[in-house]
Structure formats: C-alpha cells, structure tokens
Write a protein that binds this ligand. Structure first.
Ligand code: BTN
Length: 231
C-alpha cells in the first residue's frame, strides 16, 4: 500500500509509475489536487474523503469492465452493512437518495498496444460536510449522520473486492449479477443514456449476463455497453 498526504490524482500517479508498481498495489491519498472523474470531469477531493486506486495486472484480460462493476458493488455492500440505503447506478456509481456517494474511474494502461494494467480509482465521500462544489448532487456519510473511519472503510471495500476478484476475472458479470441487481433500482424506469451526440431514451429492462444495460426503446431492444445513465 502506497500512502500519500496529497497527490494530483491517485489514478494519474498509478499510470505514471505503472511499470514500477506491483500487481494489486493500493495507492491512497488524503487529498487530491487534480482528482479526475469519468467523462473528463473533475472529482472534488478535499480532506475527509477516501481516494484510492487499485493497480491490477491480471494475466487474463477478459471481463475487465466487470471489475469496475465489482468495485461499485463492493462499496455498495460495505455501505449497506452500515445501514446506508446505497444503490447502484449503471455502470458503476453508488448513490444514496439519488446523490452520489462514490464514483469509480477505471483506466487501462497500455504500451506498444499491449495491456499493462487496469487502474481502478475509487472516491468515497466520508467525512466531508460541504459537497456543494462537487458539480453534481453528492452526499457523504457525515451528511447522513454517520461518523466512520476512512481507513476501516478502505479495508472493508478491498476485502469484499478481492473476495470476488478471481471469480469475476473467470466468469465476468454473471459472478455478481444477482447481487448487483439487488441494489439496482432502475428496472422499469425511463432513463436517458448520454453517449456521443445522440442520447438514447428508453425503459430499463435488465442488465445482461455480461453487464450491459438492456433498454426497451421505440426502436426496439437496445443493448448499451458504454454511456452515462441519466434519470
Ligand atoms: C466518477 O466520475 O464518478 C469517477 C470518480 C473517481 C474518483 C476517484 S478518487 C481516486 C481516483 N483518482 C482520481 O483522480 N479519480 C479516482
């Protein structure tokens, strides 16, 4: 485990130093000066939050996208154990009362067209009391009235994640589909998928055995494998 008081971004650090970092190393920072989110967004990373990246160098590179979903599920399960009504928003956000409590940014590192590593970056809002600058509706454990130790949370998330890691590497999303669907409240709901210039609107039918979102749209059944789900 590599610990820092401050980094620009744990993901950026992992990518810069990837060749020197061992498989399954965890990089943690108390704050980030340039925390990054999905879709080129930034991630507010003030003291009190949990910011870490897991560097994975599996020999087999099938089902990598499902590892991100496993991480979201792991965070969701840890929060549920604390009595928090956490839910999953496909593909890998964790929300409480429709506000974001955790975001995950997964990035592949490649060199000369060869896969080197997957960096799974996780931000969990824990002790922050003001997330008004997060750029989206956000909530922390403290704002829900729960005081919890970030270090303990990190360990619990990692325990859950690595308990299912090999299973997901071997079997993909089907290894966690039942658990994931337990915390996925959007079946039957109308959603919009933002990706590229044309959004797709439809009703959520299910999540497929490989982890894609299946929508019923006016054009028929549509399989979404990438995008941002807007409610
Ligand atoms: C999202 O947009 O929902 C993903 C946010 C991911 C934030 C985490 S914090 C630790 C790691 N380092 C980063 O710069 N980003 C991720």
């Amino acid at each position: 485990m590599l610990r820092f008081d401050e980094l620009d971004s744990t993901n950026a650090y992992a990518k810069r130093n990837c060749s020197l970092i061992e498989n399954q190393t965890i990089i943690v920072a108390k704050t980030q000066s340039a925390g990054r989110g999905r879709l080129s967004r930034s991630w507010l990373s003030e003291p009190g939050g949990l910011y870490f990246s897991v560097v994975l160098k599996p020999t087999q590179i099938t089902h990598l996208a499902n590892l991100t979903q496993l991480m979201a599920l792991s965070v969701c399960q840890v929060l549920r154990e604390l009595g928090v009504a956490a839910q999953l928003k496909w593909p890998n956000d964790v929300l409480v009362n429709d506000k974001k409590i955790c975001g995950i940014l997964s990035e592949a590192v490649t060199s000369e067209n060869k896969f080197d590593a997957l960096v799974l970056g996780v931000g969990v809002n824990i002790a922050q009391t003001d997330l008004s600058r997060a750029g989206q509706p956000a909530v922390s454990l403290a704002m829900l009235g729960i005081n919890y130790d970030a270090e303990k949370m990190l360990q619990q998330i990692l325990d859950r994640f690595f308990a299912q890691y090999e299973n997901v590497l071997q079997n993909g999303f089907s290894a966690i589909r039942t658990d994931y669907l337990n915390y996925f409240p959007y079946i039957g709901k109308e959603v919009i998928i933002a990706h590229g210039t044309t959004p797709t609107r439809g009703t959520v039918q299910t999540i497929s055995p490989v982890g894609e979102l299946i929508l019923n749209t006016p054009a028929g059944q549509t399989v979404i494998s990438i995008g941002d789900m807007c409610i």
